[in-house]
Design a protein around this ligand. Structure first.
Ligand code: SER
Length: 405
């Protein structure tokens, strides 16, 4: 019986190994070969050049559990912890074909893994395809046997936005891209939401679990779609989402891994309410912070280091909300290692340095906040009227780390 997050991760890699895929270790969160990206944000990132034909490997099939961070300026950090599925850090399970198999195998493998290996009930699954993708449609219908009403076609957002669609995946403004087919899980009538493409699609009932991208083009800066040397496959399934389904829970924060981190944080901070959102925030943030440091990012005032600093400071502020009396964040490194150290030995190897960097950052932020409080008092004492001017507010936010909300 596959249930825990660790078991799901391993089952995925083992399954694709039996289908002749090379198991590839997760790459760094700092993309080695890509100046267009702040962080590795999908499982395909380390393989970008292989898709483009600029790099060859000794294998044409690969599988990985890739650590990912989505914490740049386009990710709404303030949402994390308050929704069921927003994270700064997550793991993406993926299988990849570099000019080897294409649509049929990719669809069959995904279906076999979900229904035979994980044993998900077929009637709970539905799929989307890119509107004009007859090949994928016929395969889902005739070979897999999905009823047509559960194969939903999704087109472009508008007639003048060709390829701008939930079912056309692009790495960015340029780079590998192609139509995709997504598999959704129906969490049940008791949860609000409608199927993909419906007005209620943003609800939480139908959740996308697996994206199968049929990589066919290299998008050029001028918008031209150059065919890739070989049609390829890139898939991605969020480990936390699929683990939630296997554990019969709805929110990612209820899975074993997060529950353990939440309990340890609650113990450390003497908090009795395990549903407190600040515990979720902290348990999410300890993951991204530890892994960013493992990958060589240090807190600073620009670029990747600034994102790391913002995440650490947000975690500390949520600790304050729970009335943390002491620097606490670095003490959670140990808990994370208990949960993820087996899968990521680099966490264990770098435990001391991670703890040290986080502790120093906590101490420094504490001093910055104290200075900010002095400034705030000064501002309040000299205030004429009842509004603090924008410049002062910005200074408190930008220089002294005061919260946005
Ligand atoms: N690259 C695709 C995604 O991020 C599939 O992995 O969804």
């Amino acid at each position: 019986m596959i249930k825990t997050t660790a078991e799901v991760r391993q089952a995925f890699l083992d399954f694709f190994a039996t289908k002749q895929h090379q198991i590839v270790k997760s790459s760094s969160l700092v993309p080695g070969n890509d100046a267009t990206l702040l962080f590795t944000n999908a499982g395909m990132v380390p393989f970008k050049d292989v898709f483009l034909g600029a790099e060859t490997r000794s294998y044409t099939r690969a599988t990985s559990a890739q650590r990912c961070v989505r914490g740049g300026k386009h990710n709404d950090l303030e949402n994390v912890g308050y929704t069921a599925r927003h994270h700064t850090f997550f793991e993406m399970l993926g299988n990849f074909s570099f000019g080897d198999y294409f649509k049929e195998n990719a669809i069959s493998y995904a279906w076999e893994f979900l229904t035979s290996v994980l044993g998900l009930p077929k009637e709970k699954l539905l799929v989307t395809i890119y509107e004009s993708d007859e090949e994928a449609f016929l395969y889902w219908k005739d070979e897999i046997g999905i009823p047509v009403e559960k194969i939903i076609r999704i087109g472009d957002k508008s007639a003048d936005k060709k390829f701008e669609s939930d079912n056309f995946w692009s790495m960015g403004d340029t780079g590998p891209c192609g139509p995709c087919s997504e598999i959704f899980y129906d969490h049940g009538e008791h949860i609000w939401g409608g199927p993909p493409g419906s007005p209620e699609e943003d609800g939480d009932r139908f959740i996308e679990i697996w994206n199968i991208v049929f990589m066919q083009f290299n998008r050029q800066a001028n918008g031209d779609m150059e065919p890739l040397p070989n049609p390829s496959i890139d898939t991605g399934m969020g480990l936390e989402r699929i683990s939630a389904i296997m554990q019969n829970v709805h929110s990612n924060y209820e899975i074993d891994l997060f529950q353990a981190l939440i309990k340890d944080t609650a113990n450390l901070l003497d908090c009795n309410d395990l549903n407190n959102k600040s515990l979720r925030v902290i348990s999410d943030h300890i993951r991204s912070c530890c892994f960013l440091i493992v990958d060589g990012v240090v807190p600073s005032n620009e670029g990747r280091g600034y994102v790391l600093r913002r995440i650490i400071r947000r975690a500390i502020r949520h600790g304050h909300k729970l009335e943390a009396k002491d620097n606490f964040f670095h003490k959670l490194v140990k808990s994370l290692i208990e949960q993820m150290g087996d899968a990521y030995p680099e966490l264990v190897q770098q435990q001391a340095i991670i703890e040290k960097l986080l502790r120093i950052e906590e101490e420094q932020f504490g001093r910055t906040l104290d200075r900010g409080m002095v400034l705030l008092e000064e501002i309040l004492n000299n205030l004429e009227g009842d509004t603090i001017c924008g410049d002062d507010v910005f200074k408190l936010y930008d220089t002294y780390g005061f919260p946005e909300i």
